[in-house]
Ligand binder design. Structure first.
Ligand code: NAD
Length: 309
């Protein structure tokens, strides 16, 4: 039997993700949006590609949550995107008012599902979902680190003229300008990049990684990145559905790990059929540890704006 993945928000990220999952063929996909016709039209379009891509996955678009019932995974992409110059903190209340009622519906119809948050500000929205759903922390996580490391890896691979597959990057912390690439733990063929590139070059690449989302927002003028974000989310979905137990950087609620308590922050986790099966604690230097705690404080500040009760 195929698994079932529901995607809330059939916009750029949601629909691209639906296409990626449907093409793999291991899950039926339900897309929900508030705009009438949009999820239905996009779902039909993706479904009709199945005979070409060789996928028998069912793809449904709807404006109601009934069809999402019993989903193994629900991905929440419903939310506004950043406008040029807009900070993620400006979005927190706007997207909170979208994500809260969405989460209530998701929980009603898929009480045993795993929720992957995508809407921004990512860490705060993930914490909101955890709060509203009352799910255990292994079943609520956010997509940030897979995208951020992918951007870091792509830039490093270009600089070193090597395959992206041989670049393994470490990015910790909150999503956005509070993210924390860790060059010391970023390797190319097993060698730390700090030994392969001059410090200034590494710093430039780190800075471009941190501003990766804003760079695309500025180019697009309307909307934000979605191809790489959808690919990143699809990788997380696959690791859970196929119980691959991949070690991927994800936004997870920490309860003392890394000396951080009560905040959602990006850390490496083991992703399998139960969602977050383990939080991996890397040995950090005192400076790295302090920077991660600072990043967690920035997330807590955003969460405070929501006044969660
Ligand atoms: P988009 O505008 O293309 O799509 C958003 C969709 O959500 C729209 O179709 C809209 O109608 C729908 N929607 C709004 N309110 C809804 C509701 N209550 N119920 C159901 N659907 C609703 O935006 P996008 O590019 O797909 O981005 C979506 C979100 O993901 C944004 O918040 C964006 O900032 C975020 N994002 C996060 C990452 C990440 O790395 N975590 C990457 C890219 C985008």
């Amino acid at each position: 039997m195929r698994s079932k993945v529901s995607i809330i928000g059939a916009g750029n990220v949601g629909a691209t993700l639906a296409q990626r999952i449907a093409e793999k063929g291991y899950a039926d996909v339900v897309m929900v949006d508030i705009i009438e016709g949009l999820p239905q039209g996009k779902a039909l379009d993706i479904l009709q590609a199945g005979s070409i891509t060789g996928s028998d996955a069912r793809v449904i678009g709807t404006n109601s949550y009934k069809e999402t019932a019993g989903s193994d995974i629900v991905v929440i992409t419903s939310g506004v995107t950043r406008k040029p110059g807009m900070h993620r903190s400006d979005m927190v209340l706007v997207n909170m008012n979208i994500v809260k009622p969405v989460t209530e519906q998701v929980v009603k119809y898929s009480p045993k599902g795993i929720i992957i948050m995508v809407a921004n500000p990512l860490d705060a929205m993930t914490q909101l979902v955890l709060h509203v759903s009352k799910f255990p922390r292994n079943r609520v996580l956010g997509q940030s680190g897979v995208l951020d490391t992918s951007r870091f890896r792509a830039l490093l691979a270009r600089e070193l003229n090597v395959s992206v597959e041989d670049v393994h990057a470490c990015v910790l912390g909150g999503h956005g300008d509070i993210m924390m690439p860790v060059p010391r733990l970023t390797t190319v063929g097993g060698v730390p990049v700090t030994e392969l590139l001059p410090k200034e070059t590494v710093n430039k690449i780190v800075e471009r990684t941190v501003k990766g989302g804003s760079e695309i927002v500025a180019l697009l003028k309307t909307g934000s990145a979605f191809y790489a974000p959808a690919a990143a989310t699809a990788q997380m979905v696959e690791s859970i559905l196929l119980d691959k137990k991949r070690i991927l950087p994800c936004a997870a609620y920490l309860e003392g790990e890394y000396g951080i308590k009560g905040a959602v922050v990006g850390v490496p986790v083991k992703l399998g059929k139960d969602g977050i099966e383990q939080i991996i604690e890397l040995k950090l230097t005192p400076e790295e540890s302090a920077a991660l705690k600072k990043s967690a404080e920035a997330v807590k500040e955003l969460v405070r704006i929501m006044k969660l009760k």
